[in-house]
Design a protein around this ligand. Structure first.
Ligand code: FES
Ligand code: FES
Length: 159
């Protein structure tokens, strides 16, 4: 079977793999790299539970082929904390009770992290828009929005 050699970075580490043409980034992350934070929900690009950052932007890893990410930087939820120190978005989700079953949480947090990196002072509408295609069946979204707002009010924008 035809295979492609792919080189990319995952959480700052170089990765070189031979992949099937049909192998999705979600399969690669979960099944080959043992990074199981990204979850498979719909498998169709609709729910956001498989969200990772691809060159800093939220991306549904279930509908991206690994062969397409050659040369890119992938960040998963496992790469967000620095050692024992959680990212402020992770801490805020826990403090605000924005995590219940946790299935949507990695995708929500990465989506929020990307928004705050690009727009350190988002309005409530900006936050709602950015997470609007990430499905959460537990929280009703209110606490998630509050958690992102709390980070926005404390992080100092880079100049
Ligand atoms: S599992 Fe990828 S968007 Fe639902
Ligand atoms: S916390 Fe359960 S789906 Fe969001």
């Amino acid at each position: 079977m035809e295979r492609f050699k792919v080189n990319f970075q995952v959480n700052g580490e170089p990765v070189e793999l031979d992949v099937r043409p049909s192998e999705t980034l979600l399969e690669t992350l979960r099944d080959r790299l043992e990074l199981t934070g990204a979850k498979e929900g719909c498998g169709l690009g609709a729910c956001g539970s498989c969200t990772v950052l691809l060159d800093g932007l939220p991306t549904r890893s279930c509908i991206v082929l690994t062969a397409e990410v050659d040369g890119s930087e992938v960040t998963t939820i496992e790469g967000l904390a620095e050692g024992e120190k959680l990212d402020p978005v992770q801490e805020s989700f826990m403090e605000k009770g924005a995590v219940q079953c946790g299935f949507c949480t990695p995708g929500m947090i990465l989506t929020a992290r990307s928004l705050l990196d690009r727009n350190p002072r988002p309005t409530r509408e900006d936050i709602i828009r950015s997470i609007s295609s990430n499905v959460c069946r537990c929280t009703g979204y209110k606490k998630i929005v509050e958690a992102v707002e709390a980070v926005s009010s404390t992080e100092t924008p880079e100049t």
